[in-house]
Design a protein around this ligand. Structure first.
Ligand code: ZN
Length: 272
């Protein structure tokens, strides 16, 4: 069983709850960590965000999500960099130690060009990230998203990108939903961990059949991902951070969220 003190929930997982409610309910249920999605705190003052985290004794694990660097259009690339810089400043204001990057892709250009633009975008953002000591985690996305959401689609590519950038603030977020299928996952997790580049670990499950490419993620234990096995690799690689539950699901968002949170904790205890 995973350590209950290392359970973190992404605010988007319980999307129907506003931020204050999510903090309260997570704390009541014994959840210790929270990853904040940007839209969850839109319009809320950063001091108020910090106050709620403190009141409920929640550790802020990450701020989601930056990236989306590639574009054929130069102006759009500059706008993306400016937006990522704003996001670093927001992260610093609420006390988030890390931003997760969904790197992006533009279907009008090659994946290779998009990858080069991702590296350039991260390097441009780093100047501000250094100022505030905010980490940037590249999250490789499942290849089904290669067309428009991410040109980084496996752990090897992500780790090589991180090695190329070669900066202590840049690492990788491993999400089981995106990477479970990779026959080289175990060795790539060890390779990534060897240089302390494994910054985050996201969990959920892959439902069969999956009815929506984005919004049909499953609870741990209801799909085909062996989460405990992947977690054992990640821990063997030296990772000792939070296990972050990140589930986008129209079906679960329709359910009373208290009930859903109970299921999350059960899935965490028994299938993670
Ligand atoms: Zn993730």
């Amino acid at each position: 069983m995973p350590d209950l003190n290392k359970l973190c929930v992404h605010t988007i997982t319980t999307k129907p709850w506003d931020f204050a409610t999510a903090c309260e309910k997570y704390a009541e249920a014994g959840v210790k960590g929270i990853t904040i999605w940007r839209d969850a705190i839109e319009g809320i003052d950063s001091e108020q965000v910090k106050g709620l985290l403190k009141k409920h004794d929640l550790t802020l694990v990450s701020y989601c999500r930056g990236g989306f660097f590639p574009a054929v259009d130069e102006k759009k690339r500059q706008e993306a960099i400016a937006d990522n810089i704003r996001m670093v400043e927001e992260a610093a204001a609420i006390g988030a130690p890390m931003i997760v990057l969904v790197c992006g892709a533009d279907p009008k250009q090659s994946l290779e060009t998009s990858r080069n633009q991702i590296v350039a975008g991260i390097e441009a953002t780093l100047k501000v990230a250094e100022k505030y000591n905010v980490k940037l985690a590249i999250e490789p996305l499942h290849p089904m998203y290669a067309g428009d959401r991410s040109a980084v689609n496996d752990l090897k590519t992500a780790t090589e990108m991180v090695e190329k950038i070669n900066h202590p603030l840049v690492g990788v977020a491993v999400d089981v939903y995106h990477l479970w299928w990779d026959p080289h996952l175990e060795e790539e997790i060890y390779r990534c961990g060897m240089t302390d580049k494994l910054f985050a670990f996201h969990i959920c499950d892959w439902k069969v059949p999956t009815t929506d490419m984005l919004l049909d993620r499953g609870l741990m234990g209801e799909g085909c991902i062996d989460v405990p096995r992947i977690r054992s690799w990640v821990e063997h690689a030296g990772f000792n951070g939070f296990n972050e539950v990140e589930i986008f699901s129209n079906a679960y968002w329709e359910m009373p969220q208290e009930e859903f949170l109970e299921k999350i904790i059960e899935g965490y205890k028994n299938h993670s």
